[in-house]
Design a protein around this ligand. Sequence first.
Ligand code: NAP
Length: 513
Amino acid sequence: MSLLNSGWRTLSYHQKRLVRDLLKYQGVRNMSKMREEAYIDGQWVSAKSGKTFPVLNPANGKVIANVPDMNETDAELAVDAAHKAFQTWRNTTAKERSVLLRKWFNLMEENQESLSRLLTAEAGKPLAESRGELMYGSSFLEWFAEEAKRINGEVVCSPARSREMIFIRQPAGVASLITPWNFPNAMITRKAGAALAAGCTCIIKPAEDTPLSAIAMVDLAEQAGIPPGVVNVVTSSRGNTPAIGRVLSTHNKISVLSFTGSTPVGRLLYENCARGIKRVGLELGGNAPFIVFNAADLKTTLEAFMVAKFRNAGQTCISGSRFLIQSGVYDEFVGMIKDAMETRLVVGDGMDNGVNFGPLINQSQLNKVDGLVKASIAAGAECLLGGKPHELGGLFYEPTILTNCAETTPCFEEEIFGPVVGIRKFETEEEALQIANSCDVGLAGYIFTQDVSQAWRVARQLETGMIGINEGLISAAEAAFGGVKQSGIGREGSRHGIEEYSEIKYLCFGGIN
Ligand code: NAP
């Protein structure tokens, strides 16, 4: 562990606390050996090439660990291991899988604080948010431990007296799970919980920026007794990712690919999967409309705004992105959000007390956000607040408001994935819907109005997979999460989340006298 190697006395208070927590999480099994390895076939392994890559703390740029920089050779070994394990895991009972998932959930709960600190260290999100993600992430294991027992088949009415017709559900096979950096814990449990419950085995490929949460969680899966090969983790730097992605989307032993990330990468993986006719689940980018009508309760709307916009500094796929505010409440509501952003957002290292707004994840993300802000201003948007990198330096960006946005303003056209509030004033419901639906993605949307008929009318017509109505926090293990248009295919969470990982087999019993 690089923190240990660098000398205890040179470490800051927070670094020492992180190391203590990591050791606690490890059960203090071995003071000199921290998990900086990938996990294949029940073994903690290095890359076959011996290469590693550094994991950085986005709050200060320091290296917090070095993990294996794997390539296609390692990915193929993981696929073989998962395929071998599938031959026995597929025959476990739902009850057996449920018990193991519940044990994994219990260990996640027991280690919640350490995992939260690890998450803040690698992803930069404020500690309170990391704790929230841990609860959210663990809840998928609990949910799917329960759902595992309800993967029922069907008996249907046969058209012939001599036949009975039955559908049984079976696990689809080996699943590739490719996850992003913005929810390093929950995006894994949302997929792996469902896959394991259904009887699939899996290979997890976490993002370059956040492999440590994945490694830590799989360590707990091993402690829970999940057999070798059932869950595997392949870590890689961005340079090796496309080669690993090819293996995970084209290998003939892979049956399902579940991907969360950007639409361009999702499109590429979908094309790869088409060749092998693999099942796909895609949770892709959004560009959420956040519509505030004259009939909104502005106090409720403000609270929903703060949570929907500033979780993870705006780096959330369901973050409000395009703010449409009706003319009757425009001045008042824009004043309220500016005031709240100036007084309530505390920018800094997510490990520090009171901080509720951390850094962006990496330099390219900061460049993208800043580029979109500059291009939007050049295209006619007016900067009411922020608009540049934060004076703290590094990867911190100012909470920003851009008004006078049009459909063609860059921050409206493209998902900004940062702490930028692009605003457009509108007059009529029809106009709001026309603007909201004028894009090729449709993940989440938000509607604020106390007029129930208006809420229903707009909800029916808004082209998104999920809608918060007078609510900014819509995620839950019980919810069917997913998008329409180019925001993806399939649903995660809820009872539908398992459908991605199971196949229906039709049995026809004939010759009944
Ligand atoms: P990304 O670049 O698509 O990366 C996501 C994951 O895909 C990472 O693990 C990444 O690995 C991997 N990846 C990148 N190129 C690949 C390739 N050619 N083959 C296989 N895997 C590849 O997305 P991001 O920038 O990290 O995340 C932001 C995007 O994710 C946003 O658009 C956001 O809306 C979306 N998102 C959607 C949801 C949802 O549920 N719908 C949730 C969260 C985020 P490396 O890190 O090693 O490149």
